[in-house]
Design a protein around this ligand. Structure first.
Ligand code: ADP
Length: 623
């Protein structure tokens, strides 16, 4: 669409509105839920290949609890299990069991003893209303790290997609259990913080601090079919007791010790769960693997998402602006497909693009653009069609008008050629031919002038002339018409003001007003012409007692080719072009026209023009 400025601005505004609505929709609960579902779907669509796992899980499962006296006995269970694990020389041990309170001191001594033999130990701390619940001091020898055990289930659907790498209570801050595990596994290197993420042991973890200040890390879950090789190896304490050789699974591994039994209620939904939640300890182990394998998922920043949406809206706009018909629809469909597939494609590159906002932007913008173009194009078409028919009518009329002088010329010349005429008669006919051909020439000239004037091509002449002179000349020209209808022409005070501009065009304008007054008045009425000075201005008015116009008609009479129903019914010929030309002429002379009229009670057209005495120059610039 290379349409007028107004249309382009409307189009851009409509697209901007679609863009804003779509982006806002992406931020609603509904939009976020769609993003989440899409994220989970992409996870399931392309399960990552199982890596060489660097961790293993020592599980306290249902059977272990049954055999070893239940959760009451948990410290003894951990102690026994770890003793077996230690024999296999693990790289580090992470105990996802809170050891803060002291329910049964008898169990603590053996645990303390095993901990003393455990290399690279990480213990768990949880946050409650009073602050951090750290392990009892007896378990904390130098070199033992503490990590927090909190996951960050999504507030909308309770699925754990990320863990906060950092969590603070007051001034005390804890790194996540998985991060501490990664740190000690690297040999206890220092963590360096930056707004974009954390650096340790030469590796960078993309976890921007953001507004929440928790540095959320998206967990790369591995497809978890029960017992399949693609999940982190698990051995339960009960299994270890039955077969000590199974401790081999822990050799050189970062061992996560935790309760997997359903009854312990430490299970969370994951993108893979489909109704089967994952034990907390496995989630920590998976978060550790995400870091250890360096397979991070990076959420695309909000500003990038906005840019993507903006690009989609712009593309939709361009498609429907520069293409039409099936081409536009095919391109639109391609754009939709691209918007739907972009998150999938980016997910392959480990980038997470929200789904709702871009897809909503593509749909809304395309629908908006298509609708807008549909209506605008239709309106333009209607406009140009009615302009064309009116133009045709005008041409028809003009040619008809030209026929009158042509017929006179033809007839006179024929008479002269065919008959031997008296000298007197010949002179008379020659005069007629001369006068009529001049009239024809004037008519053509006026139409051409006006056409060029309306296209802004013509320079206005700038000559001084007396207003009274043109009024007089025009009155002279319409008098025969007025006489035929017995219309009285009354002149009511004419000043001798001088105007500056194009005399011929001005005469054309005044003549038109007078001619209309005569045309649209019944016989035996009166037309009053007056020209008064009003300060620096001349007010030239033509008042009739004719058919008049109502308010809505008044608003349209200066449009090209417009005629009122009353005028058509009057039987007077017309093109509806005259007043539009008058208006242009007057405007080009720095003036304006006022009209008052009532149906059946006559009209008064007043032309207000600057006079030269005040040196007011006519405006001849291009409109
Ligand atoms: P037209 O060739 O139809 O006279 P104009 O542009 O001169 O075209 O006028 C436009 C229309 O304005 C006319 O068709 C008529 O309906 C209305 N009009 C103009 N002058 C008068 C008048 N003095 N009284 C009533 N109607 C008028």
């Amino acid at each position: 669409m290379r349409g007028p400025k107004k249309e382009t601005a409307g189009y851009v505004a409509a697209l901007a509105l679609c863009f804003a609505i779509a982006v806002a929709a992406g931020w609603t609960t509904f939009g976020v839920q769609i993003d989440n579902d899409a994220y989970d779907f992409m996870f399931r669509l392309r399960p990552p290949e199982a890596p060489a796992f660097q961790s293993a899980i020592l599980a306290i499962d249902e059977r272990t609890l049954r055999q070893m006296g239940g959760l009451r006995n948990i410290r003894a269970i951990v102690a026994e299990g770890l003793a077996a694990v230690n024999a296999a020389r693990p790289r580090a041990v992470v105990v996802d069991v809170l050891l803060a309170d002291d329910p049964d001191p008898r169990g603590d001594a053996p645990l303390e003893a095993v901990f003393a033999q455990t290399p690279n130990l990480v213990l768990a701390s949880g946050l409650d209303a009073e602050g951090w619940e750290d392990p009892l001091p007896r378990f904390l020898r130098p070199g033992v790290a503490i990590g927090h055990v909190h996951a960050e289930p999504d507030p909308f659907d309770n699925v754990t997609r990320r863990i906060p790498l950092e969590k603070a209570a007051g001034r005390e801050r804890r790194w996540a259990l998985a991060l501490e595990a990664y740190r000690v596994a690297l040999g206890g290197s220092q963590i360096t913080e930056s707004p974009q993420g954390l650096e340790l042991g030469g590796a960078f973890i993309p976890a921007p601090r953001g507004d929440s200040e928790t540095r959320p890390l998206l967990i790369r879950y591995f497809h978890r079919a029960e017992g399949a090789a693609s999940s982190i190896p698990q051995v339960s304490v009960a299994e270890l007791r039955e077969d000590a050789a199974r401790a081999g699974a822990f050799r050189d591994k970062v061992v996560f010790v935790g309760v997997t039994a359903q009854s312990a209620d430490d299970r969370h939904m994951t993108p893979y769960s489909a109704g089967q939640p994952m034990p907390g300890v496995e989630i920590h182990a998976t978060a550790f693997e995400t870091m250890a394998q360096g397979r991070f998922l990076r959420p695309v920043s909000d500003s990038t998402t906005l840019l993507v949406c903006l690009a989609l809206a712009a593309a939709a706009g361009f498609i429907f602006a520069f293409q039409a018909g099936w081409r536009a629809y095919v391109l639109g469909a391609a754009l939709l497909l691209a918007a739907h597939l972009a998150p999938l494609a980016l997910f392959r590159w480990d980038l997470v693009l929200p789904y709702a906002a871009p897809v909503a932007t593509a749909w809304l913008s395309l629908a908006g653009a298509a609708t807008y173009q549909h209506f605008v194009v239709r309106r333009l078409l209607r406009k140009s069609e009615s302009a064309r028919t009116r133009y045709q009518q005008a041409i028809h009329f003009v040619t008809h008008e030209m026929r009158t002088p042509l017929t006179a010329i033809q007839g006179s010349s024929e008479l002269m050629g065919r008959y031997k005429l008296t000298e007197n008669k010949s002179r008379q006919l020659a005069q007629t031919i001369n006068a009529e051909s001049r009239r024809l020439a004037r008519m053509i000239q006026t139409f051409l002038d006006v056409e060029r004037l309306s296209q802004g091509e013509m320079e206005l002449k700038r000559e001084a002339f007396a207003a009274a002179k043109i009024v007089e000349a025009c009155l002279e020209r319409v008098r025969p018409l007025a006489d035929r209808k017995r219309i009285e022409m009354q002149v009511d005070g004419i000043t001798d003001s001088e105007l500056l501009g194009d005399r011929e065009l001005m005469e054309y304008a005044v003549y038109n007003l007078l001619n209309n007054a005569v045309k649209y008045s019944p016989p035996d009425t009166r037309i009053t012409v007056s020209a008064r000075r009003d300060g620096e201005r001349l007010r030239l008015s033509v008042q009739d007692q004719g058919i008049g116009m109502d308010e809505s008609e008044l608003r349209s009479i200066f449009k090209k080719f417009y005629r009122t129903k009353r005028a058509e019914a009057s039987g007077e010929a017309g093109t509806g072009i005259g007043l539009s030309i008058v208006d242009q002429i007057v405007t080009h002379h720095g003036g304006r026209i006022e009209v008052t009229s009532k149906p059946g009670a006559g009209s008064c057209f007043t032309v207000i023009l600057p006079v030269t005495v005040s040196a007011a120059a006519p405006r001849a610039e291009v409109r």
